[in-house]
Every structure is written in structure tokens, then in C-alpha cells.
Design a protein around this ligand. Structure first.
Ligand SMILES: Nc1ncnc2c1ncn2[C@@H]1O[C@H](COP(=O)(O)OP(=O)(O)OP(=O)(O)O)[C@@H](O)[C@H]1O
Length: 276
């Protein structure tokens, strides 16, 4: 269940990282998008690791390439080159389908079905057959409880608020207890209480299930809630470190200030290089 305690919650310390391979490993990862003669390079030779059983925040301004990177990781992005390994397999490998939960920015729920019917439908796709009926019913109940929608189980999805619909999408992604959850701006448009509750849920999922979460946001204060950060700017990785390390290195009080300092430095460097 989601924690509804008032006040700001500290980021819980995760268990010491095992020397397991990272959940995501990228090297020379490049994506070109657009049709015609001049496709644009929207991800440019990225190299990074996403550690297991932790929450990595993927942050950067609108248009910097966060969604494109997430699509590449879940295997739905075309024109990907370089190395991109996910849970030990090349991104897009069929075996990964049931091991990854993905929530896009637009909640993908059927408005004319209830919350339970939406979950039943996706559970039947994931775990078909009469023999699995009891297991599916349990998984559906659990996923609805995880996102705190038990009291809305029989409500039509079309009658829910935006935040509740987002949580139905998240519940769908939680079916099958995925090892990696890729969440594209899951808190956009939510009120502060719901945002906090969702972040508490993310921490529960990482701590109790050992799942890895990659969560994108362009709201910098959400960075403070992550164990690790991948900061992006214009299709490149600007920094990969913990919030603490970023604040210390940049001598800034907040991740937002630290990020802006790195952006200014990158801009100054680019201007210097462009000067003949
Ligand atoms: N279908 C497309 N064809 C060509 N370029 C595209 C296409 N879709 C997105 N882009 C470009 O790719 C870049 C990265 O877009 P992307 O959606 O990954 O950014 P984002 O960081 O997720 O942005 P936001 O936070 O606004 O969702 C942008 O410059 C965008 O204009």
C-alpha cells in the first residue's frame, strides 16, 4: 500500500549494491530520428549504466531525448546503433517483454472498462489460460492495492481523475512483477500529495522486490528522491552520479542548481569550441 504519512520523506538508503551486472548498459548508443534525407541525431554516443535494485532518475529539459532513450531501452525505438544491453540481453530481445514494465506519458487504459477489467485484460495477455485464473486474480488484486486504487476497483477508467488513470497504467506495468520498470514522466500533472505517494511506492518497489526503476522527469526537485541520476542535455549525458555527489562536486545546495551549473559550463565550452 502507498504510504500516506505527512511531511517530506527522506530517501531510504538501499541495500549495498551487489556486484551484479547493471540493469542497463549502454555504450556508443546513438539514435537518429526523422524521415527524409536528413534524419537528426537525437541521442549521441551515450555511455552509461543503470544499477540494479535502485531508482535512477533520468532528468533533463523537454526535448533532450528522455523518451527516446526509454523507448530504446524497452525495444520500441527504431534506428538504434551501438551497444544497449538490458537485464543481460540486447534491448528488444523477446525474452525481455515479460521482464520489463513500461509506462508511457499517455496513460494506456481503456476508458470503457473498469479498473479491474483493465487489469484483467492485461493479466490475461501476460499469463493466459484457465489454469492461471487464480494466479491472475491474485496478481490483479495485488497490483490494484499497490497503487492504492482498491476503493476504485469497479469504477470505469473513463470516470477517474488524471492521476488515478496514471496509477491504473502503473498497476498494469506492475503485473508480472517486472525486474525493470521504465516510467516516462509518471508524476506529470499530479498534485504534490500524489507525487509524494507515488515516490514512496517507487521506493517500496525497489526495496521490497529488488526491482530497478528508471524514472524520467523534467522536474528537478524529483531528482532529490532518486538514488542515482542520469542528467541529459541535447541528446547527451551531462552527468551520472548520486544527488549528493552532484551537489558536492558543483558546490550547490540543490540538484537543480548543480544541473544548471553543468549546463552553463557545457554551453561555455561549446561556445569556446565554436570560436575560430
Ligand atoms: N518522430 C520524430 N521524428 C523526428 N524527431 C523526433 C521525433 N520524435 C521526437 N523527435 C525529436 O527527438 C528529440 C528528443 O525527443 P524526446 O521526446 O525523446 O524528448 P524528451 O526529453 O522526452 O522530451 P519531453 O520531456 O518533452 O517529453 C526532440 O528534439 C524531438 O524533437
Amino acid at each position: 500500500m502507498m504510504n500516506k504519512q505527512p511531511g517530506r520523506d527522506p530517501v531510504p538508503t538501499p541495500a549495498p549494491a551487489e556486484p551484479a551486472p547493471p540493469a542497463v548498459h549502454a555504450h556508443g548508443l546513438t539514435v537518429r530520428r526523422g524521415t527524409g534525407r536528413t534524419p537528426r541525431t537525437v541521442l549521441d554516443s551515450l555511455a552509461f549504466d543503470v544499477p540494479r535494485a535502485r531508482i535512477t532518475g533520468l532528468l533533463g529539459p523537454s526535448g533532450c531525448g528522455k523518451s527516446t532513450l526509454m523507448r530504446a531501452i524497452v525495444g520500441t525505438q527504431a534506428h538504434v546503433t551501438g551497444t544497449l544491453d538490458v537485464l543481460g540481453r540486447p534491448a528488444g530481445h523477446p525474452e525481455l517483454r515479460s521482464r520489463i514494465g513500461y509506462v508511457t506519458q499517455a496513460p494506456s487504459v481503456y476508458d470503457d472498462l473498469t479498473v479491474r477489467q483493465n487489469l484483467d485484460y492485461f493479466a490475461a495477455v501476460l499469463d493466459p489460460g484457465r489454469a492461471a485464473a487464480d494466479r491472475r486474480a491474485h496478481a490483479v488484486r495485488q497490483a490494484i492495492a499497490d497503487v492504492d486504487l482498491t476503493t476504485h476497483t469497479d469504477a470505469l477508467a473513463g470516470n477517474l481523475s488524471g492521476g488515478q488513470r496514471s496509477r491504473v497504467s502503473l498497476a498494469v506495468a506492475l503485473l508480472g512483477t517486472p525486474e525493470l520498470l521504465v516510467l516516462d514522466e509518471p508524476t506529470v500533472g499530479l498534485d504534490p500529495v500524489l507525487r509524494r505517494d507515488l515516490w514512496n511506492l517507487f521506493h517500496d518497489i525497489a526495496a521490497t522486490r529488488g526491482a530497478t526503476l528508471l524514472v524520467s522527469s523534467h522536474v528537478m526537485d524529483e531528482a532529490e528522491r532518486c538514488h542515482d541520476l542520469l542528467l541529459m542535455r541535447e541528446g547527451r549525458i551531462l552527468a551520472q552520479e548520486t544527488p549528493d555527489a552532484l551537489r558536492t562536486r558543483t558546490h550547490c545546495a540543490t540538484v537543480e542548481e548543480g544541473f544548471l551549473r553543468l549546463v552553463d559550463e557545457a554551453n561555455a565550452l561549446a561556445a569556446q569550441e565554436a570560436t575560430p
